[in-house]
Design a protein around this ligand. Structure first.
Ligand code: SAM
Ligand code: SF4
Length: 499
């Protein structure tokens, strides 16, 4: 073994802190995902009568988290009338908790080096055809210049492979660098104001470093909650092969002071109903243990990935209708949570699913390293983790959302004002967060329209912004003076004003 290989193998050896798993395990050492129990709950829900389904929908409409049994019952609904009622409820819940706002962000990949071998991912160690490198700090500046100075993003989800070269210290350095970048725009200044992270599970000590640099949401997807499948797709001799190290990522994050976390499952590795149940059990565990549920739930679906045949050959690939039903059930089961639909999905499906309670979506997405600032046209399969289904520009997506009646929010105020964790959960459940978010959505929409929008998009967006202001006048007249003040300042070029 050469010196680098020795260093990497030492790093891998010391990564998992068993005591930072054990401290969360229940007496008798069982984790909170019980396969037999999930199957029993699913089996018992197959023939739920329509009256009971309607009671469950009603409970969800009162913004209460559903139990696993109730969620299981929804997962088997096939009657078109009941599905229509579920969709109606999903739309109403979204409206009540998040109004007509859709938050937007961009993914940013900073490293393709990885010590793991996940069978569905082209970054896996065995893929000798992948270009392995880290984005340099100078390259990072150029990426942010495109994202924040030309496209107009304010929020990122930054993704890292698991490797000693992209460890917590590299994450800290890159996050700091991103927050420092500022670029002149048509009327003001462009900057990234919220950096969310999607990275491997870490120790409490490493997570504390991320907390201190001011990350937004910390995301780790369990991929599959089904243990046997988990061990098949994540080889045992790799870091990711440790199911419980991953399962308790959010517990450690909470103990490191990060109370804004996102969970997810990669749909297509195992039975989709089982994965929804896994996400619900995870949500209950977090609510029970910390009084805080997930800030967001993600449901990436397997996409083709270079040299990763499982991504296209898995026998559990999820068809569009089942996927849509899974999203609908998640919306009803955890009514307060943010729901992220990514550009993995194609434009047509996004159009159909977004109205059913999605709160966040990405746009103008590129997932190759350095891909925003490079002139490369299209996607380069051999250089990215998987292939995206929708690469439309942010301008096009904002326009389409406006045509559908949604205002795109670039708001990042919540976490900067300390509205995270328990505080935000309470506000979301009683609809108070919505009042502030509406004001912030209007201000940030104004900023983006003035700095980045095409004429065509502006033509659709201007009437929408006026309608939003009218709604504030009606529903929250006390806030009008403040809104008017910030709005006028923003029109004159002031930036980053928030409530
Ligand atoms: N390396 C980190 C980890 O594994 O936690 C970050 C992973 S990556 C940036 C984010 C997510 O992409 C993964 O957690 C996985 O759910 C998803 N992903 C990986 N391969 C995929 C594929 N072929 N299609 C769709 N999503 C994929
Ligand atoms: Fe590495 Fe993450 Fe890809 Fe697995 S999913 S190979 S851990 S980058």
């Amino acid at each position: 073994m050469n010196a680098t290989a020795v260093k990497t193998s030492e790093w891998v050896k010391n990564r998992i802190k068993q005591d930072q798993i054990d401290r969360y395990l229940k007496p008798g050492q069982k984790d909170f995902i019980d396969d037999d129990l999930i199957w029993k709950q699913l089996e018992g829900a197959k023939k739920t009568d329509p009256a009971r389904i309607r009671e469950i929908i009603k409970k969800s409409r009162s913004i209460e988290t559903l139990s696993p049994e109730e969620t299981a019952a929804l997962l088997y609904v096939r009657d078109p009338q009941l599905i229509a009622e579920m969709e109606e409820a999903a739309i109403a819940i979204k409206k009540e908790v998040y109004d007509n706002r859709i938050v937007t962000f961009a993914p940013l990949y900073l490293s393709s080096k990885c010590v793991n071998s996940c069978k569905y991912c082209s970054f896996r160690l065995e893929n000798g055809e992948m270009e392995r490198r880290l984005v340099t700090m100078e390259e990072l500046d150029r990426e942010i210049e495109t994202l924040a100075g030309e496209i107009g993003h304010k929020r990122l989800i930054v993704a890292y492979g698991e490797h000693p070269d992209s460890d917590a210290d590299y994450i800290v350095d890159t996050v700091k660098r991103i927050y420092q970048c500022r670029f002149k725009t048509r009327k003001g200044e462009g900057q990234i104001r919220r950096v969310n992270i999607n990275a491997a599970p870490m120790s409490i000590e490493d997570l504390t470093k991320l907390k201190n640099v001011g990350i937004g949401t910390y995301q780790v997807f369990q991929e599959t909650y089904h243990k046997e499948t988990y061990s098949k797709v994540h080889p045992a001799n790799t870091l990711k092969g440790n199911y419980n190290w991953r399962l308790y990522s959010m517990h450690r994050a909470y103990d490191a002071g990060i109370d804004d976390f996102g969970i997810g499952a990669l749909f297509g590795l195992y039975d989709w109903r089982f994965e929804v149940m896994g996400l619900i059990h995870h949500t209950h565990e977090l609510e029970r243990t910390f009084g805080v549920g997930p800030h967001t739930i993600s449901f990436p679906r397997l996409e083709p990935a270079h040299n990763a045949p499982l991504a296209t050959e898995s026998k559990y690939l999820v068809d569009d209708e089942s996927f849509k039903h899974a999203v609908l059930c998640l919306r009803l089961a955890v009514p307060y949570t943010g729901m992220i639909l990514t550009a993995r999905e194609n434009a047509e499906l996004r159009r159909r699913i977004i109205p059913m309670g999605i709160t966040q979506t990405d746009a103008s997405s590129r997932i190759g390293l350095g891909a925003y600032s490079k002139e490369t046209k299209g996607q380069v399969e051999e250089r990215q983790q998987f292939v995206l289904g929708d690469t439309r520009s942010l301008d096009e997506v904002v326009r389409e959302l406006a045509q559908m009646g949604f205002i795109t929010s670039f708001c990042t105020a919540g976490y900067r004002c300390g509205r995270t964790g328990e505080k935000i959960m309470e506000m979301l459940k009683c609809g108070r967060e919505g009042d502030l978010c509406k004001l912030n959505a209007i201000i940030t929409y104004r900023e983006w329209l003035d700095d980045f929008s095409s004429e065509e998009t502006r033509a659709v967006a201007e009437p929408l912004i006026l309608k939003e202001i009218e709604e504030v006048k009606e529903r929250n007249p006390g806030a009008m003076k403040m809104l008017k003040n910030y709005y006028e300042q923003t029109c004159r070029g002031a930036r980053d004003l928030y409530f």
